[in-house]
Design a protein around this ligand. Structure first.
Ligand SMILES: [Zn+2]
Length: 230
């Protein structure tokens, strides 16, 4: 009987095999790589199928699925994937955001800082935990403050790479608020780096997105001052 399953290693990614890529995080595009048929199956069917396959993974690992503590796990994981931690894959879950006129005529930047995110690394499917800081300067429209958090959470609830998450939040803010003047910083810990692999528990990864006026040093510095001064 064939013991070693080598299927993954003969499929090249960017010309490299999975073994060659190792722990390198390769990002391909600003769009989450979804297939055309991504939502042909409804949520209920997805849960049923993921449950079946996760059960198989547990079985292959040798776990006893008749054990009271384990038998509900496949269903819990499947529901959690579809309804919670990967719910941001489905455009139907995109927050519906209303714009308001900037009646206060507020012309300075608005910074929403320290938004907590729990995302998942798409290369290892383990958590990315961090803080997001978002700023914009109104071009005439404003949104409710909690809506910025909702945009961040929507894109975080996908298998992600931090660079893409940063750009997706930035682009969404730009198109929603019809302004070029947007900045995003994410400072996050990747459990694929801390809990396994190199096992570095003290490092974090910082990514940024600066557009419009935020590309000017003065505006950028103001944003950084609000973000990092306590
Ligand atoms: Zn990873």
């Amino acid at each position: 009987m064939k013991q070693k399953e080598t299927l993954w290693n003969i499929r090249p990614v960017n010309g490299l095999t999975v073994d060659e890529i190792g722990d390198e995080h390769i990002g391909t595009s600003h769009e989450t790589p979804l297939r055309e048929d991504a939502f042909d199956l409804d949520d209920e069917l997805k849960i049923e199928l993921i449950q079946k396959h996760f059960k198989e993974i547990m079985q292959i690992l040798g776990l006893d699925l008749t054990d009271d503590s384990l038998k509900g796990t496949p269903e819990r994981v499947a529901k959690m994937y579809v309804k919670e931690i990967f719910s941001g894959l489905n455009p139907r879950n995109k927050p519906n955001i209303k714009l308001f006129e900037n009646k206060y005529n507020y012309k300075q930047m608005l910074v929403e800082k320290d938004i907590t995110i729990y995302s998942n690394c798409e290369h290892h499917f383990v958590p990315i935990i961090g803080k997001v800081h978002v700023a914009y300067i109104s071009s005439g429209k404003v949104i409710g403050l909690s809506k910025i958090n909702r945009i961040v959470q929507y894109y975080a609830k996908r298998p992600q790479v931090q660079e893409r998450l940063t750009v997706q939040i930035g682009n969404e803010m730009k198109s929603l608020l019809q302004t070029e003047d947007v900045a995003v910083i994410i400072d996050a810990e990747h459990l694929c780096v801390s809990s396994r692999g190199v096992e570095d528990t003290s490092s974090s990864t910082v990514t940024s997105f600066y557009s419009g006026k935020f590309e000017q040093q003065e505006t950028k510095n103001e944003f950084l001052t609000y973000t990092y001064s306590r």
